[in-house]
Design a protein. Structure first.
Length: 177
């Protein structure tokens, strides 16, 4: 039986991480928080954001940082609820090193591994396509990459929610118990 896959989308400060954390806390399995920010590349402001996220998580949750090999990691975390925060940062870590088709194949392999091994998977991602059009080709390319990645995950997801002002709007599926 495959795991329940949820995608929680939203803009900056929309409440998407808090929503995913609440859904993970309701899980019957142990929770593993997979943080996808490369901490060695983080500036002071990003380190403050990381600290705020860390401060909100229950102490009994396992946190995995600086691991970007998701298929292998998901296999190692068998039977647990996995909260991946966030897909956008994971994409930014890989996008310069991989061609887009290779990156999407890797993302698909990650989803297959998660659905095979986890109890439940919650993926947080940014919706970048509703804001200003980036002023440079690299920004537009990354925005488009994120949009296509969100579509790929949404197609596989059992639940897709869009967070707006801290409120969930269900786009696909029903609510988790």
């Amino acid at each position: 039986m495959s795991a329940h896959l949820s995608l929680i989308l939203g803009g900056a400060r929309s409440g998407k991480s808090r929503r995913a954390e609440a859904l993970a806390a309701a899980s019957e399995a142990d929770v593993v928080y997979v943080a996808t920010c490369a901490t060695s590349l983080a500036d002071i402001e990003m380190l403050d954001r990381i600290g705020a996220h860390q401060g909100r998580r229950p102490a009994h949750w396992l946190t995995v940082e600086n691991r970007f090999d998701l298929p292998v990691l998901f296999a190692e975390l068998s039977g647990r609820t996995i909260l991946l925060d966030c897909l956008t940062l994971w994409l930014s870590f890989h996008c310069e090193a991989m061609e887009e088709n290779v990156l999407f194949d890797y993302l698909r392999a990650s989803i297959v591994s998660a659905k095979r091994n986890a109890h439940s998977i919650l993926i947080v991602s940014n919706e970048l396509g509703m804001g200003l059009v980036p002023s440079n080709p690299a920004g537009r390319s990354f925005r488009d990459l994120c949009g296509r990645a969100n579509q790929l995950v949404a197609a596989e997801a059992d639940l897709v929610e869009f967070q707006i002002a801290g409120l969930p709007l269900v786009l696909k599926g029903g609510r988790l118990p």
